[in-house]
Design a protein around this ligand. Structure first.
Ligand code: SF4
Length: 456
């Protein structure tokens, strides 16, 4: 089945799944309340967003310069910096390093980029066990699933779903509280941290002037992944660079407020490189992988370049009425929701994934909530325009006919309500699914009704 057909089928199924809707509405309502309170802590949120947006605009104007600065300063700190052109390049370089290090098991935390390159799958193929250590990621890994959401990977699961899953996997009682379940996972993962050969994390920000990797988190797993194993590997996209550590007091709270409603996440880590001669803790070696994977192509296209400003807070997903109805998995991409609908067609195959740009009502809520003011609506429209090139002859003919008929009163009057309703039902069944109720056309045309009205 083609990607677009699978998308339509999955979206229609999920949108009518009342249990899914109940769980998402419950989890989103908690998010909404927390974020609302988080934003109220700001005296001037508008100014904070404008400042963050303008810093990111500045980075976009000189991205190569900031990346080179980061590289020079990171190397000066003793960190090895490697560039990866695409997923294959990254996997090849990384596999080589891990094999030389005789890695058997690694721990991983806070990295959507590793999902983008399907790292776990590739590691499994070379006999390396990769253990997700963030609770949400751990849950979906145990369930054999992928993250549902970029910030809350297990948002689609209720507490009971998780208890049932752990009961099945680890034979623990089914009636544990949320705290007891968390405690169980924490204990389980402690031994993994101790025995892991390598720790992999992502990066929220790369501070160019200091060559530092900034990672923000709530559970402390990124810190443990980076400090217990003797090798710490950071895998991140090239767009994560900011000028300096000095901007973190702006970006960290902004990310926390929009991502989870917190003033600041519980842990704010700065990784300055491997441990120094006079230090007791930390990895003996630190490597940063800077992944391109089509980001340079996006960078050179001015119409979508600013999508690279994204700080992955997830706010646009939570605000999107389409995301809330069709859920994260319908997109079948690492990045879902509005930002995913902009980026994913470019990250993947535009011909195959451009339908995602149509998965939006264009209500504008996504760009209203975006902390770095990304003009998502215009970018979705830009993608839609570019998608014209990939329309099949059938799609093009149907669209042309529809346009002609819908814009002509004479043609609209040719058929009565019965034929129009049947045509519309046929289109609905093949696009948005049978579950969607349609407003029926009236039996008589507008002109017929108007004439009758005048005669009265
Ligand atoms: S586009 Fe904006 S709102 Fe959406 S995840 Fe990125 S930063 Fe957050």
């Amino acid at each position: 089945m083609s990607t677009v057909r699978t998308f339509k089928k999955d979206a229609a199924r999920v949108a009518s799944d009342l249990n899914h809707r109940r769980i998402i509405q419950f989890n989103m309502s908690k998010y909404d309340a927390a974020v609302c309170a988080g934003k109220e802590r700001y005296d001037n949120l508008k100014l904070a967003k404008e400042t963050a947006s303008s810093i990111k605009d500045n980075v976009m104007e000189r991205l190569p310069h900031f990346l080179e600065t980061f590289e020079i300063n990171a190397i000066n700190n003793g960190t090895e910096v490697r560039w990866a052109e695409n997923s294959t390049d990254l996997i090849e370089q990384l596999s080589h390093i891990l094999q030389v290090e005789e890695t058997k098991m690694l721990v991983k935390s806070k990295s959507m980029v590793t999902e983008e390159v399907e790292l776990n799958y590739h590691l499994e193929n070379i006999g390396i066990k990769s253990v997700e250590t963030d609770l949400g990621e751990f849950i979906v890994q145990e369930a054999g699933e992928k993250p549902y959401h970029i910030v809350t990977p297990a948002m689609h699961k209720s507490k009971q779903d998780i208890a049932d899953l752990f009961h099945e996997r680890y034979q623990i009682a089914k009636d544990l509280t949320a705290e007891e379940l968390t405690g169980f996972v924490r204990n389980l993962l402690r031994t993994k941290f101790i025995h892991a050969d390598v720790g992999i994390t992502g990066a929220n920000f790369l501070c160019a002037n200091e060559g530092v990797v900034a990672v923000t988190e709530n559970e402390g797993n990124a810190l443990l992944s980076a400090s217990f194993p003797k090798l710490h590997i950071v895998i991140t996209g090239i767009e994560k660079v900011i000028p300096s550590i000095e901007q973190l007091p702006l970006f960290w709270p902004l990310l926390a407020a929009h991502g989870t409603g917190q003033q600041l996440t519980v842990y704010s880590n700065l990784f300055f490189g491997p441990k120094k001669a006079d230090e007791i803790d930390g990895p003996e070696r630190m490597i940063v992988f800077l992944l391109d994977n089509k980001r340079s192509e996006i960078y050179t296209d001015k119409s979508i370049q600013k999508s690279l400003k994204c700080i992955r807070c997830g706010a646009c997903l939570n605000a999107c009425p389409v995301y809330k109805n069709i859920g994260g998995y319908s997109y079948a991409t690492t990045y879902s929701g509005p930002i995913g609908s902009v980026l994913s067609p470019h990250f993947k195959n535009f011909g195959e994934y451009n339908h995602l740009s149509f998965a939006s009502s264009l209500c504008g809520k996504c760009e209203e909530v975006c902390p770095v003011k990304i003009p998502l609506t215009n970018m979705l429209l830009y993608n839609r325009q570019a998608a014209q090139e990939y329309q099949t002859v059938v799609d093009r003919s149907v669209n042309t006919i529809l346009y002609k008929v819908l814009s002509s009163r004479i043609l609209m009057n040719v058929f009565g309500g019965w034929i129009k309703n049947n045509l519309l039902t046929m289109v609905r069944n093949n696009t948005i699914g049978k579950q969607k109720k349609l407003s029926p056309f009236a039996a008589k045309t507008f002109n017929q009704q108007w004439k009758k009205h005048i005669k009265r």
